[in-house]
Write a protein that binds this ligand. Structure first.
Ligand SMILES: C[S@@+](CC[C@H](N)C(=O)[O-])C[C@H]1O[C@@H](n2cnc3c(N)ncnc32)[C@H](O)[C@@H]1O
Length: 633
């Protein structure tokens, strides 16, 4: 029987082993650029295992957990090797979730990850023990011997096609780790079984906890024994997202099938028979599920379509309530009834009742029996003008500028040009100088709009990367300075020059924060014509999308000329997916844009590369804007 000291030293040994394995993983690859490829994507883990969840969370992956309904009942005798069984189970788990989500959750994931861990010894597959006796049988079989732990992993990539079909692309792999158990005495076995730990674990032990005391050595990926081979997974992601398609094809197995979103639900649930039980490595299989003529409209289809059809009504109700000061009023005086609100906002009671009711239904206001109204938390945080994260300014811009432009969308599509002349009665060669800045109130409204978005996104952009090596920054087109103030707040060593057109700089003091910050200064000028202030980091936040490539090259050349090797460009934009499938915010915004265009990270990288900048990092911030850091070679 092992003493407590023995167990403790075994435990310590395993802990240091765990750390050593972690360090090995860290040393062999840079995880973040791989994991960050998944940010902004709907990643789903088709497993309820808390250990897998923790491993992936610790790696910085953001995902939803949707446990698979696939029953692990595959006939093990049909498989040539245990690893093929584990891979097939992982595959079935992931595919079940990938197919269920568009119907049950009304959203299509981008990626579904499935995994199955098994333990094999003496040619036998050990899964989870069903009871204590089963655990005893398993553990005594493992005692004093070396066994293998296999985790099969399946990554299902879901691509929605234009015809509403979904393509499923499958990449699968497995990882093997050898584990040697110490000789286990009866007492130790039962003590461990009675701890309850073996019951939900393959092979009846958990290496990351008490079970670590049973282990003499581990050969291979430690996390694979815990339940997920993180290192191999990241290498596969690297192949999928960072390498050419041919490399992916060579290194992993791909299975493609298409399902229509309109395929009958019952057919999906029973569709396992359409999958081969096993495929050989490298094989590509395609099949289609026949589409049926739908006899009844489907509830979920109708919900989706109604949301799209009514979207403009909801937007306009929000814009109008915001413009008429409803949220500001109810922030100052919560608990007014419709007549009181109508009186304050100088509107008809009937019209006000309708607007308040619509706002309640949209989750912007709360009401009670009487009925009186007050702001919801959402409105308090984002809709009244003086809240720190108020989007009031941007909502006014949507109402007064974007709404008229969108009402001419058909002409914009037919003519392929911006609709400023139709919407506002005047041509705009330079959007800023001809449209926004030749009228004082329009200018202030635009600056308020930029300010409100920059306040919401500024911190995420300012802290997206390690900028500690940069001491002077210049925010080109930095407008009200909102991002500059976030930068100095986040980087105490940094000073920032905001460079913008004279019309903007003259108004900037209206937006200064209450505390003075002498590390932020303003310089007026035209970034296409004038000399740029010297800095070792240039910020381009929501600038490049406004301009066509020719103009972007003019600006980037000036920045490139002003930079010495090591200087940086911090770009902040909505980055389009490389296949231009989204995000829809970016694609919708493009519909009302003038001469500019939305671009993907690769497109921005190419533009910057031609001026000597290499893309160091890309961050999808989970905020309204993404960020890229590029460094001068
Ligand atoms: C879309 S706004 C972005 C503002 C700010 N960077 C942000 O993210 O909130 C574009 C900014 O570029 C400025 N700008 C446009 N043309 C410019 C030019 N030729 N020279 C300097 N600034 C310019 C505008 O005045 C405006 O402040």
């Amino acid at each position: 029987m092992r003493t407590h000291a023995d167990r403790r030293s075994l435990w310590l040994c395993n802990r240091s082993l765990f750390r050593a394995m972690q360090l090995k993983n860290e040393a062999t690859m840079v995880l973040n650029p791989v994991i960050s490829k998944l940010s902004g994507k709907l990643v789903v883990l088709a497993s309820a295992s808390p250990r897998r969840l923790e491993i992936l969370r610790n790696a910085g992956l953001r995902f939803e957990v949707v446990p698979s309904w696939f029953k692990e009942t595959l006939d093990k005798r049909l498989f040539k090797s245990p690893q093929e069984y584990a891979v097939e189970t992982a595959k079935q788990k992931a595919l079940e979730v990938a197919r269920r989500m568009p119907f049950k959750h009304l959203k299509t994931p981008d990626i579904v990850i499935g995994a199955d861990t098994i333990v094999t010894v003496d040619g036998l597959i050990l899964e989870k023990p069903v009871d204590k006796d089963d655990a005893y049988r398993m553990l005594s079989r493992l005692s004093g011997k070396e066994h293998s732990v296999f985790t099969g992993v399946a990554i299902v990539l879901c691509h929605e096609k234009e015809n509403e079909e979904i393509d499923y692309q499958l990449i699968d792999f497995y990882e093997e780790t050898k584990v040697k158990f110490a000789d286990l005495s009866e007492d130790m076995l039962w003590e461990y079984i009675n701890s309850g730990e073996p019951m939900d674990k393959a092979g009846g032990y958990g290496i990351q906890a008490l079970g670590g005391m049973l282990v003499e050595f581990v050969h291979g990926d430690f996390l694979n024994v815990v339940g997920f081979p993180l290192n191999h997974f990241c290498k596969q992601l690297d192949l999928i997202y960072n390498r050419s398609e041919s490399e992916v094809g060579e290194s992993s197995r791909t299975l493609v099938n298409s399902l229509s979103k309109h395929t009958d639900k019952r057919e999906i649930q029973g569709s396992n028979h359409t999958l081969p039980t096993m495929t050989s490595r490298g094989q590509l299989i395609e099949f289609n599920v026949t589409e049926h003529e739908d006899s009844e409209p489907k509830k979920e289809d109708l919900q989706q379509i109604i949301q799209l059809m009514d979207g403009f009504k909801a937007s306009k109700a929000l814009f109008t309530a915001s413009k008429m000061g409803v949220f500001d009023l109810l922030q100052r005086k919560p608990g007014l009834d419709a007549a009181q609100v109508a009186q304050e906002i100088k509107a008809a009671v009937k019209g006000t009742e309708g607007l308040l009711g619509a706002c309640v239904s949209l989750g912007l206001l709360q009401t009670s029996q009487r009925p009186v109204y007050k702001n919801t938390d959402l409105a308090t945080r984002y809709l009244w003008s003086d809240s720190p994260f108020s989007l009031h300014g941007y909502i006014q811009h949507c109402n007064e500028t974007l709404w008229p432009l969108f009402s001419h969308l058909e002409s914009a599509v037919r003519e392929g040009t911006n609709q400023h002349e139709r919407a506002f009665g005047k041509k705009a060669n330079d959007l800023f100088q001809d449209t926004y800045y030749n009228n004082q109130s329009v200018k202030l409204r635009f600056m308020n709009a930029m300010h409100s978005i920059a306040k919401v996104t500024g911190k995420a952009v300012a802290t997206a990367f390690d900028l500690s090596s940069y001491k002077t920054a210049c925010d080109l087109g930095g407008c009200t300075g909102a991002i500059a103030y976030e930068l100095t707040k986040a980087h105490p060593e940094m000073s920032v020059t905001v460079f913008d057109l004279p019309e903007v700089v003259e108004m900037s003091e209206h937006f200064h924060p209450s505390h003075t910050d002498n590390r932020v200064s303003f310089v007026a000028g035209d970034f296409f014509k004038d000399e740029l202030p010297k800095a070792d980091l240039y910020i381009l936040a929501r600038i490049l999308h406004d301009w066509p490539d020719e103009k972007v090259h003019i600006l980037l050349k000036k920045i490139g000329d002003a930079c010495t090797p090591g200087c940086g460009v911090l770009l902040s934009e909505i980055l389009l997916n490389e296949d231009r499938s989204g995000p829809s915010r970016g694609l919708l915004q493009a519909l009302s844009m003038s001469d500019g265009k939305q671009r993907s990270a690769a497109e921005y990288s190419t533009l910057l590369k031609s001026h000597g900048f290499i893309t160091a990092e890309i961050r999808h911030t989970d905020n309204l804007l993404d960020a890229m850091l590029c460094v001068k070679e």
